[in-house]
Design a binder for this molecule. Structure first.
Ligand SMILES: N[C@@H](CCC[C@H](N)C(=O)O)C(=O)O
Length: 270
């Protein structure tokens, strides 16, 4: 049986979107199938596989699978992408709660909810101050940890482009300090309204952009009083605007794009 998909991206962080409301999948979606579809050489290729399902509590539900096939709680760029697919305004049920999107001058805005800072909410393996963690990996030291639906470690460095993230990212992602693994962000504060950021994504690797990484990094910088409560975060694939309201909620704004539509044979992957 053939399955339709939409290929989308947010700042080059790319997704294969399956809308099971229109077309139920022929069989259960296993970790192996998700990883095979995401594979850059032997599959369709994407950073995340996104599955839309019916929901009783929102317009629809969104499930998120990393390129390694693991299901995760949150994806900022994909939330903007499926918001675009829904026409701009949508209430989307995710494992991290209900997220609301709306069309805005900068593309699509998403209310990403409230950040969490308790060590066991990140989660970390043991208690410590998440604003200034007394740990380090070579020259990456003293990160902040933030959960914005998914776990992030944020390192502030003089020049994020000079960090060997391809080597250090997987070491930190898999360190036992992070029992659910972690997304690794290296950031450079340019001035009080601008941050440069590179991200090693859990379950994926280096990506061109990470929406939740931009949120977590902006919030960590705001908590350390390095920047104002609204900042532009420049990633390799483009720029996101992140603000942290007096109501403690994070708003992320940036572009989302549909690349093409296609279909694949389920039996080739199942
Ligand atoms: N690309 C995403 C984040 C996707 C999930 C992440 N890799 C995780 O494992 O938590 C984004 O735009 O936020």
């Amino acid at each position: 049986m053939r399955v339709d998909f939409t290929k989308m991206h947010g700042l080059g962080n790319d997704f294969v979107v399956l809308d099971t409301r229109a077309q139920p999948l022929p069989g259960p979606l296993s970790r192996q199938i998700a990883a095979a579809l995401a594979h850059r050489h032997t599959g369709i290729g994407c950073d995340q596989l996104i599955v839309l399902e019916p929901s009783d509590i929102a317009d629809f539900a969104m499930r998120i699978f990393n390129a390694d096939g693991g299901e995760v709680e949150a994806c900022g760029n994909a939330t903007r992408a499926v918001g675009l697919l829904a026409g701009g305004a949508a209430r989307i049920a995710t494992a991290a709660g209900i997220l609301e999107t709306q069309a805005s001058a900068g593309g699509i805005s998403v209310d990403m909810g409230e950040p969490r800072f308790d060590w066991d909410a990140i989660p970390l393996a043991y208690a410590m101050d998440t604003l200034s963690m007394p740990v380090g990996w070579e020259n990456l030291e003293n990160p902040a940890a933030v959960n914005v639906g998914n776990p992030h470690a944020v390192f502030f460095v003089p020049d994020c482009d000079a960090v060997d993230l391809e080597r250090l990212g997987p070491l930190i992602e898999h360190d036992p300090l992070f029992p659910a693994r972690v997304n690794v962000n290296v950031a450079t504060v340019t001035d009080r309204r601008h941050i440069r950021l590179r991200v090693w994504e859990r379950g994926v690797g280096l990506t061109l952009a990470c929406g939740t990484g931009a949120c977590a990094t902006a919030i960590a910088a705001m908590r350390r009083k390095l920047v104002e409560r609204e900042v532009e975060v420049a990633l390799p694939g483009g720029t996101l605007t992140i603000s942290w309201g007096a109501d403690n909620r994070i708003t992320m704004t940036g572009p989302a794009t549909t690349s093409f539509r296609g279909s694949f044979e389920w039996a080739d992957y199942a």
